[in-house]
Design a protein around this ligand. Structure first.
Ligand SMILES: Nc1ncnc2c1ncn2[C@@H]1O[C@H](COP(=O)(O)OP(=O)(O)O)[C@@H](O)[C@H]1O
Ligand SMILES: [Mg+2]
Length: 247
């Protein structure tokens, strides 16, 4: 079982969008057993997206709900509640391939992500970065803290803007790499479809009930490369840890 969270200490960077989209890719495209935990109280945006999508489907022909991955709303986000949840995740080993967790966007001592990181529950934290100076500063700090405590991280550019020269992105990527952090080559474009839900009637990329592969390939194909990178990296790590050599 691999536990991944797209996380940043800033709001609006893409945490929920990517946790949702990666879960949908794993379940509906690759057929993996997936569970999503929404710990982002009080908004519970990911859980509420699922509720909205189901409402829409129920009014428009229905859907086989047993074929969807579960989205669990984490109600008790006190340090004790999170400790106990982290323990319970162990019970899922064997029946679940991937757990994706949407945390609140803050990272101080008693926050949920911190409890998970300290307990070594998260195999990988994936940090979306954009060119906003506050987001960059916060991502650098976050990567520093996590790496210091042994938590593995991968950073990637989200909301990549055509008007910003790619050399600027290269320079920032170099800065992150020079500090020893892993920065993905995948750059996710700023695309309107990334902010549209499945019930919008137009091209959408966000959904908890399907992975719109054709739209992704047409509008943001690097999304698939990023998800494959996360999977490939984690599987390699596990294989090495188990002492077997990949053929
Ligand atoms: N690559 C992108 N292009 C366009 N919009 C995006 C992109 N990534 C995220 N968004 C949009 O930005 C907003 C914030 O994203 P969200 O995933 O809710 O962030 P967070 O969970 O970090 O607060 C949402 O409307 C989302 O759909
Ligand atoms: Mg969110």
């Amino acid at each position: 079982m691999i536990v991944v969270s797209f996380f940043s200490a800033k709001g609006g960077t893409g945490k929920t969008t990517f946790n949702m989209s990666m879960a949908s890719f794993l379940k509906y495209h690759l057929g993996k057993a997936v569970i999503v935990l929404d710990a982002d109280t009080p908004e519970y945006n990911l859980y509420n997206s699922r509720v909205r999508e189901l409402d829409y489907k129920r009014k428009n022909g229905g859907i086989d709900e047993s074929a969807l991955y579960p989205v669990w709303k984490v109600l008790d986000v006190t340090p004790e509640g999170i400790e106990s949840l982290a323990g319970k995740l162990d019970a899922l080993r064997g029946s679940v391939d991937y757990v994706l967790i949407d945390f609140p966007g803050s990272c101080v001592k008693d926050d949920a992500i911190w409890t998970f990181a300290r307990r070594g529950v998260l195999d990988l934290v994936v940090i979306p970065v954009d060119m906003d100076p506050m987001v960059l500063a916060s991502a650098l700090q976050l990567a520093e803290i996590f790496t210091h405590t042994g938590q593995k991280v991968l950073l990637f550019f989200n909301k990549v803007h055509g008007k910003i020269p790619s050399e600027k992105y290269d320079a920032v990527a170099e800065l992150f790499r020079s500090r020893g952090f892993r920065m993905s080559e995948c750059r996710i474009k700023n695309a309107l479809a990334m902010s549209r839900d499945a019930e919008s009637g137009s091209n959408y990329l966000r959904s908890t009930i399907c992975f719109p592969e054709k739209t992704v390939r047409d509008l943001n194909p690097q999304l698939i490369d990023l998800f494959k990178e996360v999977i490939g990296y984690e599987e390699r790590e596990k294989t090495q840890a188990e002492g077997t050599v990949p053929v």
